[in-house]
Design a protein around this ligand. Structure first.
Ligand code: HPA
Ligand code: ZN
Length: 334
C-alpha cells in the first residue's frame, strides 16, 4: 500500500508555504540574514513542536517566519517544498501564502510574491509541476488590513488565482470579511476559507453564504450539523482535509477517530492534504500513509481520494481530465 500511495499521481490543495519551513532551512536562512532564533539548535526547535491547539502552533509558525527577509529566502522556501512535491508524485499544487505575516514586519509584498512566484514558475518548467497561488488573509487582523492587502496584490493579479482566509478561527468568523471577499470576487479571484477546523459548523455556513467560497479548508466540524453536511453535498463543495494537522492540533484525539471515513461514507467531496508539513510530521504521502493505516482505507478509497484531488482543484476541465488519465494509466500498471 505504501508503494501504491507513493506512486499514485496526486494534487495538493491545502498547503501553507510558510508551513513547509523545515528547521534545517530556517537555521540556514537565519544565519544568512544575521538573525538569532529563540532556539539554540534544531533539536530544541523541534521540541517546541508540541501543540495543544491551533493558536499554540500559529505562535511558533509566525515566529519562524521572522527570518524570511529577502526574495531569495522566499524562493528557497518554496523551491524546497516543490522538490519534495516532485518526490511525492504531486503533479499539481495549490499553494497558500500569508502576505500580512511579512508585510506587517516591513517586508515588501513584492519581495514575498516574487520569490514564491519565481519558484512556482521554475517548478512548472523544470519539474513539470503545475500550480495555483492562493493569497490568504489573516483573520485575527481587522478587515481593513485585508482590504489593504488586496490592494497591494493588484499589480500581481496575474500570478494570484485565489484568495483565502486563515489564522485564528474562533472569534473571527467568515462574516467579519464579507465585504473584502465580495471585492475579491468582483475582481475575479476564486475564494477559499478555513472553516470548521476549530470553529463551529455555523462558520462553514457563513463561508458558503457570506464569502461564497469555491472550496472549504478543513470543514471537520460540519459533521456536527446534518443540515450543513447536506448543504455541502448539494453544492458538491470540496473539503481539504488535513489528517496529521488535525492530530497535531488536537482537532482529533487519535487518527483512528478521524472523521474522514464518515465524510466519505456520507458522500462529502473530500481530499487529503498536508497543511503545514514541516510542523505536523509529514508531507502529503505521509498523510495518506497514516490515515490509510488508521482507518484501514482500501485501494479504491486511495484512488477516489487521489481522483478527488484533481477534481477539486482549480485546474480547467482539460487539465483535470489529463491528470485523471494519469491516475487511470497508473492503476492499469499497478
Ligand atoms: N489553520 C489556520 N491557519 C493556518 C493554518 C491552519 O491549519 N496553518 C497556517 N495558518
Ligand atoms: Zn491550513
Amino acid at each position: 500500500m505504501i508503494k501504491f500511495i507513493t506512486g499514485i499521481p496526486k494534487a495538493e490543495l491545502h498547503l501553507h508555504i510558510e508551513g513547509t519551513f523545515e528547521p534545517e532551512l530556517m537555521f540556514k536562512i537565519a544565519k544568512r540574514n544575521g538573525i538569532e532564533l529563540d532556539f539554540n539548535n534544531i533539536e530544541e526547535l523541534k521540541k517546541a513542536y508540541n501543540f495543544s491547539n491551533l493558536q499554540e502552533f500559529l505562535n511558533i509558525y509566525y515566529a519562524g517566519c521572522n527570518v524570511l527577509i529577502n526574495e531569495v529566502d522566499f524562493f528557497d522556501l518554496t523551491w524546497a517544498y516543490l522538490t519534495k512535491a516532485k518526490e511525492q508524485n504531486i503533479l499539481h499544487t495549490e499553494v497558500m501564502f500569508d502576505p500580512q505575516t511579512h508585510t506587517d514586519r516591513g517586508i515588501l509584498f513584492e519581495t514575498v510574491i516574487n520569490g514564491i512566484h519565481n519558484a512556482l514558475a521554475d517548478a512548472e518548467n523544470k519539474l513539470g509541476i503545475s500550480s495555483k497561488l492562493i493569497m490568504s488573509f489573516l483573520r485575527h487582523l481587522p478587515e481593513k488590513k485585508a482590504f489593504e492587502t488586496l490592494e497591494q496584490a493588484a499589480p500581481f493579479k496575474e500570478w494570484i488565482d485565489v484568495v483565502g482566509l486563515d489564522s485564528s478561527e474562533v472569534g473571527n468568523p467568515p462574516s467579519k470579511f464579507a465585504r473584502v471577499f465580495q471585492k475579491a470576487r468582483e475582481e475575479g479571484y476564486l475564494i477559499v476559507a478555513h472553516a470548521g477546523e476549530e470553529g463551529p459548523p455555523e462558520y462553514v455556513t457563513e463561508a458558503l453564504e457570506f464569502l461564497q467560497v469555491d472550496r472549504i479548508d478543513h470543514g471537520n466540524r460540519s459533521l456536527e450539523d446534518m443540515d450543513v453536511v447536506n448543504d455541502l453535498i448539494e453544492r458538491k463543495m470540496a473539503l481539504t482535509v488535513c489528517p496529521l494537522s488535525n492530530l497535531k492540533l488536537k482537532v482529533v484525539e487519535d487518527l483512528t477517530k478521524h472523521p474522514l471515513r464518515e465524510m466519505l461514507d456520507k458522500g462529502l467531496f473530500v481530499t487529503i492534504n498536508s497543511d503545514d508539513p514541516a510542523y505536523f510530521g509529514g508531507y502529503l504521502n505521509e498523510n495518506f500513509f497514516e490515515i490509510q493505516k488508521a482507518l484501514n482505507l482500501s485501494k479504491e478509497d486511495i484512488i477516489q481520494l487521489a481522483g478527488n484531488s484533481f477534481k477539486a482543484s482549480f485546474l480547467n476541465e482539460i487539465e483535470k481530465s489529463k491528470m485523471l488519465q494519469e491516475i487511470t494509466d497508473y492503476i492499469n500498471l499497478h
